[in-house]
Design a protein around this ligand. Structure first.
Ligand SMILES: [Zn+2]
Ligand SMILES: [Zn+2]
Length: 555
């Protein structure tokens, strides 16, 4: 976690020291009030509500939320910045916390949880509940909230700024859970739900978040009859399904006009607009476009265009980012160009092996070299994020897919490289859950919040909580799914991209046959797991959900 000035003690690990130890509740009762500003923001109201709700679950006591001007006693939990908080004169550099950083402090008898204006305070509340009190929101349907009618806090002096400022799990089952996991970006189709106060300050794209320079996006088909010259010239013919002729000045005006219409029609202001080509080839072969490619490389035409759009939109929308994809023909950075200061690059390493870390196998290192590509972008762009692929087989989201072992290393590598944020594409266009989907989603959100999160410890904790006495079997199953030896060696896993590179390399969506002998072992594990928790209905139901992936594997 970035810049953490801390004495972050877990409850119980600390003996009372000094007068700063405070008792929030005793035998299910409290004198404490949650104090907010007289005119609190939507985010702070939601933060105070969540804190009161969970503290009631933990202690049994009611924690009323009151306004600062009516606060009288010393027993205050101050949530969010307010004039009464300013009176304490905490030595905090609020500006340095940025929009989402926060402090958690005990001051005399008071507890302070407050942060930056976007989601700092609510991030602080969830961090307090999780790290200090011990609440866990494992899945949207399964939480563990401790029961502590007497609740004493050690002295606290925590300051955190999230390492990634874009934390986005693409397929997201439930928004309250997402808020509690401190995700802060959501797909545009969730826009209506962004009215959920717990998500206040979260970001989203203006309309579609990718592939916008297409006929049903920013470049309407209707333009083709009037202005075929806006479209790709391929083998001497203008065609609709191609990358536009990005050097055409008239096309630039159309894209700006349509982009502004999109922006103006947003219900809530978007954080970025995507200017990115379609998911197909057919680059324009006109002399001007060809010359740009010759000078700046394959991505040169689109990046030059993105820079121009960014400079133009910045005049009216200085806070809006212009996002583009480093994907397909724009995967590698252009030569001899730097990106405008409001451009966000989303690097999309779709062809990597996700069984191994970026620097861990010969296929990634020698054939795809993601780290040097990433470094190349970070050199020339002010802001680089990653579209992280975590995609199981398309039609079988529950089929065992071995991508957990490289997570920890990849997230550290991305953070150390200077990546600002991630979108994790966690499944194809389905909300189907079961198998290891919930566990993986939990690991992904933990890594988005903290790239140093201990994945193995997380797996064990999750399994103990969700599967009770059957945890050893499910932990063993997770390990088996991710072991190379579980799958038939060589060609069945590999495809035209990875053929010829020794070892098993797993690209997105690959369905790798599992050895028959391992299937027998897995079946035995589930049989034992079910027997072990036969009298524990909750754990049994969750074990049966994981077992759905065995059924997918047996098909
Ligand atoms: Zn052209
Ligand atoms: Zn590999």
């Amino acid at each position: 976690m970035g810049t953490m000035v801390t004495s972050l003690f877990l409850l119980g690990a600390v003996t009372a020291c000094g007068t700063d130890t405070i008792q929030l509740a005793a035998d299910g009762e409290t004198d404490y009030r949650i104090v907010v500003a007289d005119d609190p923001s939507v985010e702070v109201v939601a933060a105070a509500g969540e804190l009161a709700g969970f503290l009631k679950q933990v202690t049994g006591a009611e924690f009323p939320v009151i306004k600062g001007s009516s606060a009288r006693s010393e027993h205050q939990i101050m949530v969010g910045r307010s004039p009464v908080l300013d009176e304490i004169k905490l030595p905090v550099n609020w500006k340095a916390l940025g929009p989402e950083g926060f402090v958690i402090r005990t001051v005399g008898r008071k507890l302070v949880i407050a942060g930056g204006p976007r989601r700092g305070t609510i991030n602080g509340v969830y961090t307090f509940l999780e790290d200090i009190i011990g609440c866990r929101w494992y899945t949207p349907k399964f939480s563990v909230i401790p029961h502590k009618p007497t609740l004493t806090l050690p002295p606290l002096n925590v300051q955190m700024i999230p390492d990634f400022d874009m934390r986005w799990l693409e397929r997201n089952p439930e928004l309250d859970w997402a808020a509690r996991q401190r995700l802060n970006y959501f797909p545009h189709d969730k826009l209506i739900d962004l009215k959920n106060p717990k998500l206040a300050g979260s970001g989203h794209s203006v309309r579609s978040d990718h592939h916008t320079l297409v006929p049903d996006g920013l470049l309407p088909y209707a333009e083709f009859d009037k202005h075929p010259e806006y479209f790709a010239l391929v083998k001497g013919k203008r065609m609709q399904k191609g990358q536009p002729c990005l050097t055409n000045p008239g096309l630039f005006d159309v894209i700006i006009r349509n982009a502004k219409t999109w922006i103006e029609h947003e219900v809530a202001p978007g954080r970025f607009i995507s200017i990115s080509g379609g998911d197909f080839g057919n680059l324009c072969e006109c002399p001007k476009c060809t010359a740009v490619r010759k000078k700046h490389g394959w991505s040169g035409g689109e990046m030059l265009f993105v820079n121009k759009v960014a400079a133009e939109l910045e005049k009216d929308y200085p806070d809006l980012l212009v996002d583009t994809l480093a994907y397909s023909f724009t995967q590698s950075p252009p030569a001899d160009m730097t990106m405008h200061k409001n451009v966000q690059i989303r690097y999309c390493p779709i062809h990597l092996c996700y069984h191994h870390a970026f620097d861990e196998c010969d296929y990634n290192l020698k054939k795809r070299h993601p780290l040097s590509t990433l470094a190349g972008w970070i050199d020339i762009a002010p802001r680089v994020c990653v579209w992280y692929y975590a995609l199981p087989p398309a039609q079988e989201p529950l089929y065992p897919y071995p991508n957990i072992n490289c997570l920890s290393r990849n997230f550290k590598l991305m953070h150390n490289a200077g990546v600002k944020g991630l979108m994790i594409q966690n499944r194809w266009y389905t909300e189907q859950t079961g198998g290891l989907v919930e566990l993986k989603d939990y690991l992904y959100v933990k890594l988005l919040w903290n790239p140093d999160y201990d994945v193995q410890k997380g797996i064990e904790e999750f399994c103990r909580a969700c599967y009770g006495a059957a945890a050893p079997q499910i932990i063993a199953y997770v390990k088996l799914v991710n072991d190379t030896e579980t799958y038939y060696p060589g060609e069945p896993a590999n495809d035209s991209f990875t053929t010829g590179v020794p070892g098993m390399h797993v690209r997105i969506g690959r369905r790798i046959p599992i050895k028959k002998s391992t299937l027998v072992t897995i079946k035995k594990l589930f049989d034992k797991a079910e027997r072990t928790v036969a009298n524990d209905a909750g754990s049994l139901e969750r074990v049966k959900r994981v077992k759905l992936s065995l059924e997918a594997a047996m098909k």
